[in-house]
Design a protein around this ligand. Structure first.
Ligand code: MN
Length: 138
């Protein structure tokens, strides 16, 4: 017999003080104690991106679909494609999002506990900065 595990968790729109452009967030896994791991599936419309931010315990994102880019503070923009996995180290300032002309979906795997917030949000990324940071196709 077919078994379907129903989701009862609403999709959340990414708030404007975290993201630029339209972003939808679905909770994939929570962190019941003693776990401190969480996972979220995040859809970025073309050009949408996070603000600069850092994760006190680091973050891994896996890209199942679309075309995106990520950037570490002080580093070059790097293209990410389906199948790519990116590790952002603890407290490393960075951002991630969709290429200007393409949707991007990523699964974000995060950690947090009573002593470590999952994320600290910093400044937004302007259109000019985002477009200038777009790497050549390839
Ligand atoms: Mn991040």
């Amino acid at each position: 017999m077919t078994q379907i595990t129903r989701s009862s968790t609403d999709t959340v729109k990414g708030p404007a003080d975290w993201f630029t452009g339209d972003v939808c967030i679905d909770a994939v896994a929570g962190a019941p104690v003693p776990s401190r791991g969480t996972a979220s599936l995040v859809h970025f419309v073309p050009g949408a991106r996070t603000h600069w931010h850092r994760h006190p315990l680091g973050q891994t994102v896996f890209v199942p679909e679309g075309a995106g880019l990520c950037r570490r503070h002080g580093g070059p923009a790097e293209a990410v494609r389906p199948g790519d996995r990116v590790l952002f180290e603890a407290d490393e300032e960075h951002r991630h999002g969709a290429a200007p002309n393409r949707l991007m979906v990523h699964l974000a795997i995060d950690e947090g506990d009573d002593d470590h917030a999952v994320v600290h949000w910093l400044n937004p990324v302007t259109d000019e900065e985002h477009h200038a940071a777009t790497p050549a196709a390839g």
